[in-house]
Design a protein around this ligand. Structure first.
Ligand code: HEC
Length: 145
């Protein structure tokens, strides 16, 4: 009788551990998937997939994996919505990436025009809708060449 009660209690304890275990693992998986979501969800077109690749290989070391900036080189600005990358028209972004800056290397030799446009479209997925709207009106004056 007594051992039965003990066994039942033991079973219940195991079930409780299982419940918490599954809950914690589930929550962790869910949180990680949320973290990767915003840009992943937008990256569906071929051009954005190309841009993502170009970015990871050529830009992430300085500008950070998700455009947060100030990675290997402290003066490399953020390309996401947090600083002022979105104040530049498409044409200006294209010239800067093609020709380079004071510290930033030029990519005109290394990347094709299509790859440069793709990487710009890619980091633009990190901008807010109102930043995109205002940058779009600038780009009407200074579009991609
Ligand atoms: C060696 C580090 C480095 C690499 C690699 C690099 N950048 Fe930069 N980038 C910088 C720095 C530093 C600046 C600030 C201007 C300067 O001093 O050259 C900058 C500026 C910029 C700006 C202007 C942002 C603003 O707010 O004015 C853009 C856009 C940009 N980079 C995009 C890119 C892209 C796209 C790539 C990859 C194709 C890339 N960068 C690779 C260091 C880098």
């Amino acid at each position: 009788m007594n051992t039965r009660v003990r066994k039942d209690r033991r079973k219940r304890q195991i079930l409780i551990y299982l419940f918490w275990g599954v809950l914690i693992i589930g929550l962790t998986l869910w949180l990680t998937s949320q973290k990767n979501r915003p840009s992943e969800a937008l990256v569906s077109d071929d051009i954005l997939l190309l841009g993502k690749e170009v970015y990871a290989e050529n830009c992430a070391t300085c500008h950070g994996a998700t455009g947060e900036g100030h990675a290997k080189i402290q003066s490399a600005p953020a390309l996401n919505s947090s600083e002022h990358a979105w104040h530049h028209a498409d044409g200006q972004l294209q010239r800067l990436i093609t020709d380079g800056g004071k510290i930033m290397p030029s990519f005109g030799e290394k990347l094709t025009d299509d790859e440069i446009v793709a990487v710009i479209r890619y980091f633009q997925t990190w901008w807010t809708q109102s930043q995109l709207d205002s940058q779009q009106s600038l780009s009407e004056q200074d579009p991609f060449k």
